[in-house]
Ligand binder design. Structure first.
Ligand SMILES: [Zn+2]
Length: 376
């Protein structure tokens, strides 16, 4: 879930909004303003009624943000980076940069959000108690207390990717000593929760509550998709942890090309015969850069006879590089962030190899074939 707007940073972590949240904000505000209308509360003017609805909606989303900050705070205290927090139609997501290294850390990070929701529910209940004489203030406080409590209970459902699923995963991991078993149990829980929600949604639709039923089906479908994606990510992470670039890179960086080579020659004499799509540009012993067929495609064909590789390559100084002892996962993340398919591997300023997505896939397949990686 990528943010559409950036709100700012808290503890250095970017906080963003996805556009879908604005739709839900409008729907929620309009439903709340009907609830806190001047007809129900004669002390309220129409303007005050709308203001109350807006403030209540904002406090609702602030509650979700605080829940995510709860996860974030614990993650940071456990030295686990958080890449960002995004609020969207179905709640919030804190993008935790790495998997927790111990079951205890995983448990504490998962618990951080629900603890905040519990505190918020209690705080709004206390405020409700204090202002209960002023009916138009008491009503939104009670709603916020109830909604935070509902958020807490929903998040504690024992299935991935909900907090309850993460707690379950950490507990199974702790008691069996196997991270993979924890993941498997939490994933099954996630399927049950997702299909349970969709089934309940279908039942609601049949009983006439069309909008709530459809919403529930949508939430179930979203959880199902997220669970599958996260599981794939965790599997990859489990398979790659402890693996270095040196194990997956190609050592012989052939064919290498000189920077003065014309693009036409590159295509006819090198690219077509070798079937390769990227080439290290090296003059003598000096690495100059990297040229890919994608760089080539940006140049009009009629210029291929004149333009040289040196003119279209990405120069050495601008290239992202990795060392052979870099963790493969770190290198993969670097490729993702820069949207590139290959990284030169450098030792003592010399290019000693190339890491490509194809090679990583090849390496993973090989490991799977010799039985080094089971399914989670
Ligand atoms: Zn949470």
């Amino acid at each position: 879930m990528n943010a559409s707007f950036q709100l700012g940073r808290i503890w250095g972590i970017p906080i963003g909004l996805h556009w879908s949240l604005l739709v839900v904000f409008a729907l929620l505000t309009s439903s709340l303003s009907a609830r806190y209308s001047p007809e129900q509360y004669p002390d309220l003017s129409p303007g005050a009624s709308l203001l109350l609805a807006v403030v209540t909606s904002v406090l609702f989303f602030v509650s979700i943000l605080l829940h995510e900050l709860g996860h974030t705070w614990v993650a940071l205290r456990n030295n686990i980076p958080v890449e960002g927090i995004t609020l969207f139609a179905l709640g919030g997501v804190a993008r935790i940069g790495e998997q927790a290294k111990t079951a205890g850390a995983e448990f504490r990070i998962a618990a951080g959000g629900p603890v905040v929701s519990l505190v918020l529910a209690a705080a709004f209940a206390v405020i409700w108690f204090l202002v209960r004489g002023v009916t138009f203030l008491a009503a939104p406080c009670l709603w916020l207390a109830g909604t935070n409590l509902a958020l807490l209970l929903f998040n504690l459902l024992p299935g991935y990717p909900l907090d309850g699923g993460r707690l379950l995963r950490a507990a199974v991991w702790h008691f069996t000593g196997s991270e993979r078993k924890g993941l498997r149990v939490a994933a099954i829980g996630g399927q049950l929760v997702a299909f349970g929600l969709m089934g309940l949604g279908a039942f609601w639709i049949l009983s006439g509550d069309f909008v709530s039923g459809l919403w529930l089906i949508f939430v179930g479908w979203f959880l199902q998709n997220t669970a599958v994606a996260e599981q794939a990510g965790s599997t990859l992470q489990a398979q790659l942890s402890g693996t270095t670039v040196a194990q997956a890179m190609v050592m012989e960086i052939e064919p290498r090309v000189p920077s003065r080579l014309k693009l036409r020659q590159l295509v006819d004499d090198v690219a077509l015969p070798s079937g390769q799509r990227y080439f290290l540009v090296i003059d003598g012993d000096e690495p100059r850069g990297l040229v890919t067929l994608r760089d080539l495609a940006k140049v009009p064909r009629e210029r291929w006879d004149w333009a040289s590789v040196g003119e279209v390559m990405v120069p050495w100084a601008q290239l992202q590089r990795v060392a052979p002892e870099t963790e493969l996962l770190t290198a993969l993340r670097l490729m993702d962030d820069a949207r590139i398919g290959q990284l030169p591997v450098v030792q003592n300023d010399r290019a000693i190899g190339l890491l490509t997505r194809e090679e990583i896939l090849h390496y993973l397949r090989l490991r799977a074939e010799v039985g080094l990686s089971g399914r989670p």
